[in-house]
Design a protein around this ligand. Structure first.
Ligand SMILES: *[C@@H]1O[C@H](CO)[C@@H](O)[C@H](O)[C@H]1NC(C)=O
Ligand SMILES: *[C@@H]1O[C@H](CO)[C@@H](O)[C@H](O)[C@H]1NC(C)=O
Ligand SMILES: *[C@@H]1O[C@H](CO)[C@@H](O)[C@H](O)[C@H]1NC(C)=O
Ligand SMILES: *[C@@H]1O[C@H](CO)[C@@H](O)[C@H](O)[C@H]1NC(C)=O
Ligand SMILES: *[C@@H]1O[C@H](CO)[C@@H](O)[C@H](O)[C@H]1NC(C)=O
Ligand SMILES: [Cu+2]
Length: 174
């Protein structure tokens, strides 16, 4: 059920935006300004009031929870979105130690299907279990593509328990 829900959400976002881009090409090709908002409501987005020269945001994944077992990062991402180009995601998690025998990591999953199933077979590890200490592991959203993040530990169990989220960086419109 959750699968269907997420897939239809993506279709709702992508199909209208693709159509809108195609239409603007044929009818509004004389206009130089592209509308990249894709119909999202940015009214309560904090970056709306930011000055263009202000540097990109540094976002702690999970907020005060950091990157830990038991938190639901789909929920977190829903509350935190939209993400923007060049936003830096910071994953903070304790390295393995005698007191931390179940550490975390960060993987990028290749597609929505792997993401929904927490299938790590073609995933790319971007942060080792030791990388999240101190200031944390930093990841810059510098491509226009969907990013599927997940913890890769315990053979997908952490991912299935909520340690995964999706981020699609947006263009700023100023
Ligand atoms: C862009 O599209 C959104 C949603 O369709 C609309 O609310 C907004 O006014 C548009 N902005 C411009 C500059 O056309
Ligand atoms: C956008 O969100 C704000 C705050 O939640 C709301 O007041 C406003 O009516 C919304 N605008 C549209 C076009 O949905
Ligand atoms: C993102 O950062 C890179 C490197 O600092 C910069 O060259 C690029 O212009 C930035 N892009 C946007 C859309 O801010
Ligand atoms: C592990 O916990 C014990 C007891 O709280 C503490 O004495 C010890 O220093 C901790 N070890 C590490 C590596 O943090
Ligand atoms: C996390 O929250 C989402 C959205 O509310 C929900 O669909 C999902 O089942 C939750 N995941 C877990 C592991 O509880
Ligand atoms: Cu984990």
């Amino acid at each position: 059920m959750a699968f269907k829900h997420k897939t239809s959400f993506l279709l709702l976002v992508w199909i209208p935006s693709v159509l809108a881009m195609g239409m603007s090409k044929s009818t509004d090709s004389h206009k130089s300004v592209q509308n990249w908002s894709f119909g999202f409501n940015y009214t309560n987005s904090p970056s709306r009031h930011r000055h263009p020269t202000q540097s990109s945001r540094r976002i702690i994944v999970g907020g005060t929870d950091n990157w830990r077992f038991g938190a639901n990062y789909t929920e977190w991402a829903r509350k935190t979105a939209p993400f923007f180009f060049n936003d830096t995601l910071v994953f903070k998690f304790d390295p393995p130690s005698e007191n931390n025998t179940h550490p975390h990591s960060v993987y990028l999953l290749p597609n929505l299907w792997s993401f929904l199933r927490c299938d790590l077979r073609w995933a790319k590890q971007v942060a080792k279990t030791t990388a999240g200490g101190g200031e944390g592991f930093e990841f810059v959203l510098n491509k226009w593509k969907p990013y599927y993040f997940a913890c890769g530990e315990s053979n997908g169990f952490h991912c299935q328990s909520g340690m995964k989220f999706f981020a699609m960086p947006m263009f700023r419109w100023y």
